[in-house]
Write a protein that binds this ligand. Structure first.
Ligand code: NI
Length: 138
């Protein structure tokens, strides 16, 4: 990590008031950490836009009684085995399963595997959490 620099920012008073309220709601102790997080968040978005190496987590909620669904999801994960880092399966209750699938690869490939899994018929709720390898953030 490189050294820390301080810089001043001119900002509209009303906008700053709204910003302070927002960061207070999110439990930030100070503006600096909130601003650093916003910058990192934008940099991560940029990694995805630029099709850089990224990481993500796909969540899939489904009823395992649904015919062939578990097999289909497993097959799709094997189809993309080079992008899947790990999978965790939680038996939420007697019917519902939640899978957490960590994926790594180029932004476009990771989005593709996420879309393939989430759009599988029978998946009740699916989401892609888009994050980073961290290589460009430190
Ligand atoms: Ni299960």
């Amino acid at each position: 990590m490189s050294g820390t620099k301080r810089f001043g920012v001119s900002i509209d008073e009303e906008l700053l008031k709204r910003f302070d309220k927002k960061i207070e709601d999110r439990s930030y102790d100070n503006r600096s950490e909130a601003i650093r997080d916003m910058i990192r968040d934008r940099l991560v978005e940029r990694e995805w836009e630029e099709d850089d190496e990224v990481m993500g987590v796909v969540t899939l909620l489904y009823d395992h009684h649904r015919r062939n669904l578990s097999d289909k999801l497993t097959q799709r994960q094997h189809d993309f085995h080079d992008l899947i880092v790990t999978t965790t399966h939680l038996h939420v209750d007697e019917d519902n399963c939640l899978e957490l699938i960590a994926v790594q690869g180029k932004g476009r490939e990771v989005r593709e595997v996420a879309n393939e899994l989430i759009s599988t018929k029978g998946v009740v709720h699916g989401k892609l959490l888009a994050t980073s390898t961290g290589a460009a953030l430190s």
